[in-house]
Design a protein around this ligand. Structure first.
Ligand code: HEM
Length: 141
């Protein structure tokens, strides 16, 4: 059986980003209920899946040609706007997650909390737009 990695990797990638988003949402829910250990575990899991996503993404980038969006007109404009904002925010998100995590692990929770209020919603936006981009690129008729 031949495995068609070129068509499977985007699915794997999107699954990884969605799983990281689920743990992010769980982590935010846990801290709202003051369940610190559950919050810690969820956020470390979310970060692990985001790192796996990045590894698969970089592998794809070097192995395969990028798939270009086939849509035209208004849909294309919308796609490019989503892709642009997703890419810029994803690049800022990487260091932001690391600093947010480092502050928590150093038990500097006052500053962790301050930055986390930016990191968490930005992470959520990147996850949702990541899924939207996958859908528009591969499943839009
Ligand atoms: C990148 C990973 C993480 C993100 C995005 C994140 C996100 C958040 C968010 C959104 C809050 C609530 C902020 C608010 O009050 O509005 C928070 C609070 C908190 N987080 Fe994290 N967190 C992460 C990792 C961790 C880890 C690893 C720990 C380890 C114990 C931790 C411990 C805490 C604690 C103790 C608070 C409560 C701080 C306070 O209210 O004084 N977080 N975090």
């Amino acid at each position: 059986m031949t495995v068609h990695w070129e068509s499977w990797l985007p699915v794997v990638n999107t699954l990884l980003i969605v799983i990281s988003g689920v743990f992010l949402a769980l982590g935010v829910m846990f801290i709202r209920r003051r369940r610190i250990q559950a919050h810690r575990r969820s956020m470390l899991t979310a970060t692990t899946f985001a790192a796996l996503f990045l590894a698969v993404y970089v592998t794809r980038y070097f192995l395969f040609d990028p798939k270009l969006f086939a849509g035209e007109g208004l849909v294309r404009g919308l796609y490019l706007a989503i892709l642009g904002s997703h890419t810029v925010l994803a690049m800022i998100l990487g260091p932001l997650v690391l600093v947010t995590l480092a502050r928590a692990l150093r038990q500097d929770f006052r500053r962790h909390r301050k930055l986390a209020r930016v990191t968490a919603p930005m992470w959520g936006y990147v996850v949702v737009t990541g899924w939207v981009i996958y859908f528009m690129l591969y499943h839009l008729p």
